[in-house]
Design a protein around this ligand. Structure first.
Ligand code: ATP
Ligand code: MG
Length: 386
């Protein structure tokens, strides 16, 4: 029933039969290469988002990066809260007021604390999809909501460290000392300024060599897990969340993160080619689950850089939701100038512009994650890979 006449142009191979993802049946694939999941009908069959996007679309599917700061606060709100209270605000002042109220209200209302530390691995081997942005802003959102959060930067680029204002030049003790030298993680954790409950393990350029150095080391896949578990077992350590920022590869550093975590959070950029390579990531996660970490679950898929003016963004979102069901957060992260500016000031968007749509959407996403709680190890909407 594979209908190759329907091409969504989202980057999936059009022809089916992707044996690498472990789909034993090989039947019922969508036009973009996914096996058709439960309830799947026509991929473009009247999604309400598409109708909404049609009415505001300025182009024909080409996702132009937004360069106007003025769209960043009130007018972007409906991007992440299309059906929420802000969708009804029809004057700029009303929307601005609502933003401010939401920002204040959300900040002061605490989020549920998990029973035990949730270790979430933010992974996607595709580069530039928003892994680091999601890691640091989600961490900040959880921290401003009263939770204790540790960010582990596992990318030699050190972008998460930069975004949190943490010095990570070559001499700084870092995650390298933990996974290669087997030093205690407590010695390399740094407090993040401006947040009561936020800490960071930085990454330095040393980590670039770790991928090769690890190959010849004992227990090369589980060194991160060992270091983290020892740290978490200390009496004076009680994080609610640990968020691990992965590099854009499926090498040993990412494997170390997957072995060390309980949950995977996959950010997916709402752009052309967004889904390409995702089968490979899911396949790797399956292998880690089968051999190294049975508890690992894909708990969360987050749609990032959603540009509400394009039909393409809505198509990607629709396709991802059809396949992954409620693993996908309701909250989508809008493409936002404030989000992209914040790291150059060594800040998260939560401190850089707390009332911006970017900050509010990450707060909303954090709340969704916190309120959903810990998932079961069964992966929802992803049976072909389980
Ligand atoms: N919601 C957003 N709106 C606008 N720009 C964004 C958004 N999210 C991320 N960006 C920008 O996109 C770029 C890539 O984001 P980011 O560094 O988080 O991706 P990544 O997946 O961590 O990249 P890498 O694979 O290199 O580690 C950055 O310049 C970032 O500022
Ligand atoms: Mg990154």
């Amino acid at each position: 029933m594979s209908d190759t006449s329907v091409v969504t142009g989202l980057g999936w191979p059009v022809t089916g039969g992707d044996v690498a993802n472990g789909d034993a049946t090989g039947e019922g694939r969508s036009a973009v290469g996914w096996p058709l999941g439960r309830g799947t009908t026509e991929p473009t069959d009247g999604p309400s988002n598409l109708e909404r996007e049609d009415s505001v679309s300025t182009g024909d599917g080409a996702a132009e990066p937004t360069a106007n700061a003025h769209v960043d606060t009130a007018s972007e709100l409906t991007d992440f809260s299309m059906s929420g209270p802000l969708a009804d605000m029809d004057t700029p002042i009303a929307r601005e007021a609502a933003v401010a109220l939401m920002a204040v209200g959300r900040r002061t209302s605490p989020m549920p604390r998990p029973d035990r530390t949730r270790v979430m691995v933010v992974a996607n081997q595709k580069g530039g999809v928003g892994k680091t942005t999601t890691t640091v802003n989600l961490a900040a959102a959880l921290a401003v909501s009263g939770l204790k959060v540790l960010v582990v930067d596992l990318d030699p680029q050190g972008n998460a460290s930069t975004a949190l204002g943490i010095d990570h030049h070559a001499e700084i003790p870092s995650i390298y000392d933990v996974i290669v030298e087997e030093g205690p993680m407590s010695d390399v954790v740094q407090k993040v300024d401006e947040f009561d409950g936020l800490w960071c393990v930085p990454a330095t350029i040393d980590l670039a060599g770790a991928e090769i150095e690890l190959v010849s080391l004992v227990a090369r896949e589980s060194r991160m897990r060992k270091g983290l578990q020892q740290h978490l077992a200390q009496d004076d350590v009680d994080y609610d969340y640990v968020l691990i920022d992965c590099p854009p590869s499926l090498g040993l550093l990412t494997v170390n993160a997957l072995v060390g975590g309980d949950e995977v959070l996959i950010p997916i950029q709402c752009e052309y080619y967004a889904l390409e390579g995702l089968s490979q990531l899911l396949n790797n996660i399956d292998m880690v689950r089968a051999h190294l970490n049975r508890e690992l679950a894909i708990s969360t898929i987050m749609l990032t850089m959603y540009d509400g003016r394009t039909r393409l963004a809505a198509q990607v979102a629709e396709e991802v939701r059809q396949h992954f069901g409620d693993t996908v957060l309701q909250t989508t992260i809008p493409r936002s100038v404030r989000i992209s500016e914040a790291p150059s000031y060594g800040q998260t968007v939560m401190t850089y512009d707390a009332a911006s749509s970017g900050a509010l959407s990450y707060l909303e996403a954090a709340r969704e994650i916190a309120e959903r709680g810990v998932p079961s190890t069964e992966v929802k909407g992803e049976s072909a890979h389980g």
